[in-house]
Design a binder for this molecule. Structure first.
Ligand SMILES: Cc1cc2nc3c(=O)[nH]c(=O)nc-3n(C[C@H](O)[C@H](O)[C@H](O)COP(=O)(O)O)c2cc1C
Length: 310
C-alpha cells in the first residue's frame, strides 16, 4: 500500500508542543500579521516577535542595513514602539493568529526586563520569553550584559524570579570562550537557548571614506554565518547535553535546517532569508519533509541529534 502520511515534524520544546519546528527569527518577519504573512503562518510552529523594550526605542540613525556579497549587516538598534503599544495594538492581533508566541525581550537593564515580564505573564498564549542578551547594536542592554558576570547573574536571577513562562536566552555567537558563558547559564538554571545572534561586522564606505553605519560596526547575518553558528550549536550540544536549543544563523534552505537538527536543534529560526523570499519557510518545510521521506524516516525526532552520538 502506498504511504500517504507525511513525516511528523511536530516537536516538544520545553514541554510545549510546536506543530512545526520553524519560527521566524526576531526582527526579520515583522510581527507575523503583516500582509502576506497569513498564508505562511501554517508553516511556522510559533511566532517570535521583534525585540520589545519597556520604553519605545528609536533605534540607530540610518542607514541601518547593508547587503554584502555573503550576507546582511544590520544596525537597527532595537527600534520598537515599547511595551505599552505592543500590549495595546500588537499583541491582540498576534493572539488572533492562534500560534504559540515567543516574546523577544530587549531590556536596558534588569528592572526593564522585570517590568515587561510582570506585565506579559498574564497572557496565556505567550509561551516563552526570548531574553536577548546578545544584540551587538546598542550601547545599553544587549551584549553589554557580558561586561560583568555579576550583572548577567543579577539579570538572570530576576528573570527567573519574575517569569511564569519558559525562559529562553538568546546568546551572542562570539563571546570569548563560550564555556564561561554557558557554565554561568547552566549554574543559573537556564538550559533553553537560542544559538545565536548576529556577528559583529564592519562595512566601510570607500566613497565617503567613512564608516557605513553611525555606530561603526553592525551585526552580520545570512548564509555566511551558518557554518560558524552550526559549529557553535554542535559544540554547545556536545558539551551541555541538557541544553534544549533553538538554532538561528543563516538558515535559508532545508539542507541547512537539517544540518542544525542533526546536531541537536529542537527548533530553528529563519531570519534574513525572509527578506529575500518571504515564502521560504514553506519551501524549507517541504524540503525537510521530502528529505525525511527519501531517507525513510517517519519523523524529525528520528534524526534529531544523530551526530551527537558519533
Ligand atoms: C534586520 C534584523 C533585525 C533583527 N532584530 C533582532 C531583534 O530585535 N532581536 C533579536 O534577538 N535578534 C534580532 N536579529 C537577529 C536575528 O533574529 C537572527 O538571530 C540573526 O539574524 C541570525 O539569523 P539569520 O542569519 O537567519 O538572519 C535581527 C536580525 C536582522 C537581520
Amino acid at each position: 500500500m502506498a504511504k500517504t502520511s507525511k513525516p511528523i515534524l511536530r516537536v516538544n520544546f520545553a514541554g510545549v508542543e510546536f506543530l512545526t519546528p520553524f519560527l521566524p527569527a526576531s526582527g526579520t518577519f515583522g510581527y507575523g500579521f503583516e500582509p502576506g504573512g497569513f498564508k505562511l503562518l501554517e508553516c511556522f510552529g510559533g511566532l517570535t516577535t521583534k525585540g520589545i523594550s519597556y520604553k519605545p526605542r528609536v533605534g540607530n540613525p540610518p542607514p541601518r542595513v547593508r547587503e554584502t556579497p555573503c550576507g546582511l549587516i544590520n544596525s537597527i538598534g532595537l527600534e520598537n514602539p515599547g511595551l505599552e503599544v505592543f500590549e495595546r495594538d500588537i499583541l491582540p492581533r498576534l493572539m488572533e493568529l492562534g500560534k504559540a508566541i515567543i516574546v523577544n525581550l530587549a531590556g536596558h537593564d534588569k528592572e526593564e526586563f522585570e517590568l515587561m515580564i510582570d506585565r506579559l505573564n498574564r497572557y496565556g498564549q505567550i509561551v516563552a520569553y526570548e531574553v536577548n542578551i546578545s544584540c551587538p547594536n546598542v550601547s545599553q542592554g544587549g551584549v553589554e550584559f557580558f561586561r560583568e558576570d555579576r550583572t548577567l547573574r543579577d539579570l538572570l536571577k530576576s528573570v527567573k524570579r519574575t517569569s511564569q513562562k519558559i525562559n529562553i536566552v538568546k546568546i551572542p555567537p562570539n563571546v570569548f570562550g563560550f564555556e564561561r558563558l554557558l557554565d554561568l547559564l547552566m549554574e543559573e538554571g537556564f538550559t533553553y537557548l537560542t544559538v545565536a545572534n548576529t556577528y559583529p561586522a564592519l562595512f566601510v564606505d570607500i566613497e565617503r571614506l567613512d564608516f557605513y553605519f553611525a555606530r561603526r560596526s553592525g551585526g552580520l547575518s545570512g548564509p555566511a554565518i551558518y557554518p560558524i553558528t552550526l559549529n557553535l550549536a554542535y559544540q554547545i550540544k556536545k558539551r551541555y547535553p541538557e541544553v534544549e536549543m533553538i538554532a538561528s544563523g543563516g538558515i535559508c534552505s532545508a539542507e541547512i535546517a537539517i544540518q542544525y537538527f542533526l546536531v541537536g536543534a529542537s527548533l530553528v529560526e529563519i531570519g534574513s532569508a525572509n527578506f529575500t523570499d518571504p515564502a521560504i519557510v514553506c519551501k524549507i518545510k517541504a524540503g525537510v519533509e521530502n528529505y525525511l521521506e527519501r531517507k525513510g524516516f517517519c519523523s524529525l525526532d528520528e534524526i534529531r541529534g544523530k551526530l551527537l552520538l558519533i
